[in-house]
Design a protein around this ligand. Structure first.
Ligand code: ADP
Ligand code: MG
Length: 242
């Protein structure tokens, strides 16, 4: 690092669940505007890392800094208001509400906007993710692609500086995934957000990620460009051993 404060910094973060060491002394930085791919086999600790960053679970040891401030152990609402939002591996819309209401609620809640301004903002975000025409639709009428984009819209409603995406396009066909990827890349540039993007395997992100971090059994085993990471012996072994 060039001496400037990274947007996010993890220092020696560990988390144990009973006999499982889900995270073992994980340190990593995410810079302003960076898209970091976080990959690793099943059970590597990827989702746990997201939960620790968001404050949903507390690490046993280690520190987490966001914009230079120590956020370790802060409640999730505070961390969200500071500018970290995430999507869930399985989308979690409010099923009884319309598409618009699903974005309106987090927009008014996280930003403290009145309903009128929250609605303008929600409509703007829906347009940005290609759901402008679906504002009044019910959740049940959405395709999988649209549900996945709604999950991203809901995270964007909180006005994040850092967006954590947990396998955001699982189940989409390759063309849909490419299209969605292009859209997220555009959002990242236009809204100047940094992204940590969890995927099981590298495929989709190989051309897009600025950096790749590989977790295996709770441990960071590689951190670098795609080229550096695919040639790492530890990474090859981790995937072959699956
Ligand atoms: P990934 O997202 O990379 O597949 P996870 O972070 O979900 O991995 O899980 C890492 C390890 O921690 C796994 O062995 C998993 O079974 C375990 N784990 C995760 N959450 C819990 C929990 N709440 N209680 C017990 N074990 C957990
Ligand atoms: Mg996971």
């Amino acid at each position: 690092m060039s001496g400037e404060v990274p947007l996010l910094r993890l220092l020696d973060v560990s988390k144990r669940f009973g006999g499982v060491l889900a995270l073992r002394d994980v340190s990593m930085d995410v810079g302003e505007g960076e898209l970091v791919a976080l990959i690793g086999p099943n059970g590597a600790g990827k989702s746990t890392l997201f939960k620790v960053i968001c404050g949903v679970i507390k690490p046993d040891s280690g520190r987490i800094y966001f914009m230079g401030r120590d956020i370790t152990g802060l409640p999730p609402e505070r961390i969200c208001r500071m500018g970290i939002a995430r999507t869930h591996q399985v989308p979690r819309p409010f099923v009884g509400m319309s598409v618009l209401e699903n974005v309106l609620v987090p927009a008014s809640h996280a930003r403290g906007l009145d309903m009128r301004r929250a609605e303008d903002l929600a409509r703007d975000i829906l347009r940005a993710v290609g759901l402008g025409g679906k504002a009044d639709a019910s959740i049940g009428s959405l395709t999988l692609y649209e549900r996945r984009m709604l999950e991203i819209a809901r995270a964007l409603a909180a006005d994040p500086r850092l967006l954590l995406l947990d396998e955001p396009f699982a189940g989409l066909n390759p063309e849909e995934a490419e299209e969605a990827l292009e859209l997220v890349r555009k959002l990242k540039v236009e809204r100047r957000i940094s992204i940590i993007w969890v995927e099981h395997v590298m495929g989709l992100l190989r051309r897009t990620a600025d950096r790749v971090v590989v977790l295996n059994q709770g441990e960071k085993i590689a951190d670098g460009t795609f080229r550096e990471v695919v040639h790492s012996a530890q990474v090859i072994t981790a995937y072959l051993g699956e």
